[in-house]
Design a protein around this ligand. Sequence first.
Ligand code: K1U
Ligand code: ZN
Length: 185
Amino acid sequence: MTILDIRVLGDPVLRKPTKPVTEFTDELRRLIADMFETMYAAEGIGLAAPQVGISERVAVVDVEGRKYTLINPRIVSRDGASEKAEEGCLSIPDIYGDVERPAEVTIHALDENGNEYEASASELLGRCFQHEIDHLDGKLFIDYLSPLKRRAALAKWEKEKDDYPGNIRKVRTEVKGEHHHETEM
Ligand code: K1U
Ligand code: ZN
């Protein structure tokens, strides 16, 4: 398995509508395995194919061990009042913002073998489904922020984006026993 490079804000692939998957091949299953590995290495709870430069309707999710492969997913129902919670994005590192979304969604999707399934989810899993499906439609969480908060987020990103030449984020693999200390601010 391979840890893939993650595309960051500014890469046009993140804004391009994706193509539906039509063939369930070993190549597709390899991409899914690589996406899970990349997501775990980056310490995320989800990852969509455009984030690794592939413009296809594929995403992976693992929220507290609830693991899903989402192929050609669509939201079939939205329930409950909207809820606001903080989101981040592996393609916009170190930027966070509160996003209001429907409390519960039901999705219809295919798994890596082309089997159909439906899943209903609320809280972080429901939010993650919505965040990943947005990626497949070229949408990012910063699009939901108020103009003021969006401007602040983009100003912060302007200062950080030079750390990602070519709009590429190389995901470091943690060496066992290696310790990193966060810089306190
Ligand atoms: O698609 C992505 O960019 C992954 C993203 C998914 C996501 C995070 C938060 C809410 C909805 C969807 C991440 O995994 S960001 C990193 C993360 O693990 C995280 C950040 C904030 C809250 C919870 C988790
Ligand atoms: Zn994201």
